[in-house]
Design a protein around this ligand. Structure first.
Ligand SMILES: Nc1nc2c(ncn2[C@@H]2O[C@H](COP(=O)(O)OP(=O)(O)OP(=O)(O)O)[C@@H](O)[C@H]2O)c(=O)[nH]1
Length: 222
């Protein structure tokens, strides 16, 4: 009798941090990413805890890996090591397209993150974690305060990916998975020794490496 020995492979876990100002939709986006469902706001906290897993498997290229999404409860805490540290592989900065203040807060949040220094970081230039800027609540487009161009331009200046979408309506899992895969790929390139990224105090610095472009009917990544 032939005996088949199954090879098991330990999947690598990549930590992605989700941050943004209050009420922009961080928890709803995380729930969409993990469970592919709308997070009903009438859930009680207890139910929410039970329903809120933070991990999911995705494919990056031909490799499967686990993404672990960590929420930063408020933007002032972005540099706290329990949220953002040298094992962070990507940062998703969320703003609400109907709330200009949340867009300004996203810019500030990026500056804070870019200035972060980790104890075991060898370079002095601050943090190199790849960033995805996410403009949420496109289903409320009639109340829009931040244009697509503004979001895209800011992302381009800081070398980030950019997507607009809605956790409520028209969510396309493939688009966000593709973007998270790209964050992880960029992180791996950096770990390979290539220095990528802008200085926190110079947000107009041009960025030209690994620019990523993708479009779909439901979301857009640039
Ligand atoms: N219309 C619409 N509402 C949304 C969307 N995403 C989230 N919301 C609503 O916005 C509110 C805040 O959403 P949350 O996911 O709790 O946002 P958060 O950023 O985690 O909020 P805090 O934990 O308070 O900082 C809730 O009432 C959500 O139902 C969206 O894409 N469209």
């Amino acid at each position: 009798m032939l005996a088949f020995k199954q090879k098991s492979k330990v999947l690598q876990t990549h930590k992605i941090v989700l941050a943004g100002s209050i009420g922009v939709g961080k928890r709803s986006i995380r729930y969409r990413i993990i469970a592919d469902e709308w997070l009903d706001p009438t859930y009680t906290n207890r139910v929410f805890q039970e329903l809120d897993p933070s991990k999911r498997m995705i494919e990056v290229g031909n490799e499967r890996c686990i993404i672990d999404l960590t929420l930063v409860p408020n933007p002032q805490e972005i540099r706290r090591p329990q949220y953002f540290n040298s094992s962070t592989d990507g940062l998703i900065v969320v703003y609400d397209i109907c709330d200009r203040d949340s867009f300004e807060a996203a810019k500030q949040l990026w500056r804070e993150a870019a200035l972060a220094k980790f104890q075991d970081e060898k370079n002095d230039n601050g943090c190199d974690v790849p960033v995805l800027l996410f403009g949420n609540k496109t289903d409320l487009g009639h109340e829009r305060e931040v244009t697509e161009e503004e979001g895209r331009d800011f992302a381009r200046r800081i070398g980030a990916l950019w997507i607009e979408g809605s956790a409520l309506d028209g969510w396309e899992r493939g688009v966000i998975d593709e973007a998270m895969g790209e964050l992880i790929r960029r992180r791996l390139v950096k770990d390979g020794g290539e220095k990528i990224g802008a200085q926190a105090d110079d947000i107009s610095m041009p960025y030209f490496l690994l620019f990523f472009s993708y479009s779909s009917t439901a979301g857009k990544i640039f």
